[in-house]
Design a protein around this ligand. Sequence first.
Ligand code: CP
Length: 301
Amino acid sequence: MRHVLSAPQFDKAELLEILSQAAEMEKILITKGNSDMAKGKILATFFYEPSTRTRLSFETAMNRLGGKVISVSDGRSSSAKKGETVEDTMLVISGYADVIAMRSSEIGFAERASKTSRVPIINGGDGPGEHPTQSLLDLYTIQKQFGFERPLRIAFVGDLKYGRTVHSLSKILRNFDNFSVDWVAPKELDIQDEYFDPVKDRKWNELSDEVLKEADIIYMTRIQQERFDDRSEYERLKNVFILDAAKVSKMKSDAIILHPLPRVDEIATDVDALPQAKYFEQARNGVPLRMALIARALELI
Ligand code: CP
């Protein structure tokens, strides 16, 4: 039994295998729409924190694989509200389902869940910690656009301190030699040292023309209101970087803009129709990628 808990658990060979399996799943979606690969299997989605894409794309993925879904979309409607521990909860749910996708606001929560679960746990985001399945779909999107042969400069922009998708994707990209990273954040939301490579990376406090012109990938992130204790601090920082069409005009014509979504104001809607805007396509890639992850967890592929 293999859980999906954290981006560093994957080496390059396994990452390439997952991407190839996601491509196979995408072919199934395009040619047939669905499969009966997971017929008779049950996915439980247990989300203690809000989600639109992660939960619904996991559920879509399981439905497309021919399996069934049971779901808790709000942890407050579960017995967690009465004080039940995640260890007890997962021990019980793993008696109902064959695989569990979960999210919480606490770093390491999925890891705790994996200690008692009898079935594979898939981490759908643990607070400001990690979001490994998002980083896999990000990687899939990057591979479809560029492959992994040419040198690529990626700029992570926004809330790098709390941005779990940035944490996971940057760790995954270290498996590939062709990436260098620009970290663009206000100093209050700077990236932690463990993610920063002083040889290959650069740090910025503004979304400068130099960053825009040199980037192959701009990875925008939302300033994460829910992680701030001080509301006024959030208000001060929330619009620190806004990518609009005027800024995008400075980017290379074949560069792309990614965002894990949801966005608030950090990407102006006048960017959405530009060829560089790939964030809605990125969200769609979550379905085939998560079909592959479910099938792997169930040992169907
Ligand atoms: N990208 C992402 O995790 O979106 P949700 O919070 O809507 O699941």
